[in-house]
Design a protein around this ligand. Structure first.
Ligand SMILES: *Cc1c(COP(=O)(O)O)cnc(C)c1O
Length: 383
């Protein structure tokens, strides 16, 4: 099972970082559910000392996703939030981070309610508007933190162009690639310095694990992330690492189906008389459609649409049968949610309106069920 040097994406997903188990030949990396490792003599061990510091299942996942994203090393954490927080520990009090506005709510909360107390400064711009980036960079700016596409408005940032701007100012670029998945875009290849995921979503893909991962390319970032993962200790457990490893094997085939299903739903909703607006980067009506075509391989599994009012939204949510009313995204099953009441309730109403998160807006994370059943469900729910 030697991975060819020129192996392509789907092959990397299945094989990278994985060797048959040295003891038994098991083709699948076992769940090393152990807290410590017996040492042969003082100072003599097999490279494994303590479960927080090294775990073979976790390290296999880290090597796998590092290869998938094209980075030099990966570091797996207990959640996506823990991964984002670990990336912030690279900074010092007084440093500034420029962030895509309309970022994931949990990220906004971490930045504003936790890390600001420790002297970090954050400001928010529409990074989809490249002209807004340079004027917002200050001498203290250390990171440009990009999310693309965003939730739930699916704004797309030109990662290559934004990285150029940041690098001209000596600023490193961090991309939260959770919404796209590395099948759809690989930010490091576009110029970003650090990429991270909530593995809870597309990487695991089966709605049965919470986790996060950071992939880096520069030696100083590798060194720091290795240090802080052990020092702060928010590691991903072996059982979850194993689940995500199983998930990445089918990432390409799941994303192909996700892309195809979501495009079909977008076309269906865009033509539906009771839907006032359909937001999907794959539709020519989306303001960033041309960029999405260039930057992304397919347009992903998230789609938002407006049914006009909170009452109508409630009615549709009450009628869906196959689609489950739930937060989260990126699993094989289709989920539908109401951003204004569910994920974005903490965003003040004026700001929600400014961002376009109206009371009639619904968001679907499209799964890989048969498309005809999904369309049937929408048809009966929209009435
Ligand atoms: C879910 C999510 C997170 C947080 O990840 P958790 O695993 O829930 O901690 C961060 N960013 C984005 C874009 C997400 O969708």
């Amino acid at each position: 099972m030697k991975l060819p040097d020129a192996a392509r994406f789907a092959t990397i997903c299945i094989h990278a970082g994985q060797e048959p188990d040295p003891t038994t030949g098991a083709i699948i990396t076992p769940i090393y559910q152990t807290s410590t490792y017996v040492q042969e003599g003082l100072g003599q061990h097999k490279g494994y000392e303590y479960g927080r510091t090294q775990n073979p299942t976790r390290m296999t996942l880290e090597a796998n996703v590092a290869a998938i994203e094209g980075g030099t090393a990966g570091f797996a954490f207990a959640s996506g939030m823990a991964a984002i927080d670990a990336v912030l520990t690279r900074l010092q009090a007084g440093d500034h981070v420029l962030v895509s506005d309309n970022t994931y709510g949990g990220t906004f909360r971490l930045f504003e309610k936790v890390r600001r107390k420790f002297g970090l400064d954050f400001s928010y711009v529409d990074t989809a508007n490249l002209d807004a980036i340079a004027p917002a960079i200050t001498p203290k700016t250390k990171y440009l933190f990009i999310e693309s596409p965003t939730n739930p408005m699916l704004a797309v940032t030109d990662i290559a162009a934004a990285s150029d701007i940041a690098h001209r100012h000596g600023v490193r670029v961090v991309v939260d690639n959770t919404f796209a998945s590395p099948y759809i875009q690989r930010p490091l290849a576009l110029g970003a310095d650090i990429v991270l995921h909530s593995t809870t979503k597309f990487l695991n893909g089966h709605s049965d694990s919470v986790g996060g991962i950071v992939i880096v390319r520069h030696d100083d970032d590798v060194e720091w992330m290795r240090f802080v993962q052990n020092a702060a200790g928010a590691i991903l457990g072996p059982m979850d690492a194993w689940l995500v490893l199983r998930g990445t094997k089918t990432l390409p085939i799941r994303m192909e189906r996700t892309n195809a299903n979501t495009m079909r739903i977008a076309e269906y909703l865009a033509a539906h008389p009771r839907v006032s607006r359909t937001i999907y980067p794959g539709l020519p009506s989306h303001p960033h459609h041309a960029l999405a075509r260039r930057q992304m391989q397919g347009f992903g599994g998230l789609i938002s649409f407006d049914v006009g009012s909170l009452d109508r939204a409630r009615e549709v949510l009450g009628k869906v049968r196959l689609m489950a009313l739930a937060e989260s995204l990126g699993g094989v099953e289709t989920l539908i949610s109401h951003p204004a009441v569910m994920t974005h309730a903490s965003v003040p109403m004026e700001r929600r309106e400014m961002l376009g998160i109206t009371d009639g807006l619904l968001r679907v994370s499209v799964g890989i069920e048969d498309i005809a059943d999904l369309i049937d469900d929408l048809t009966q729910a929209l009435g």
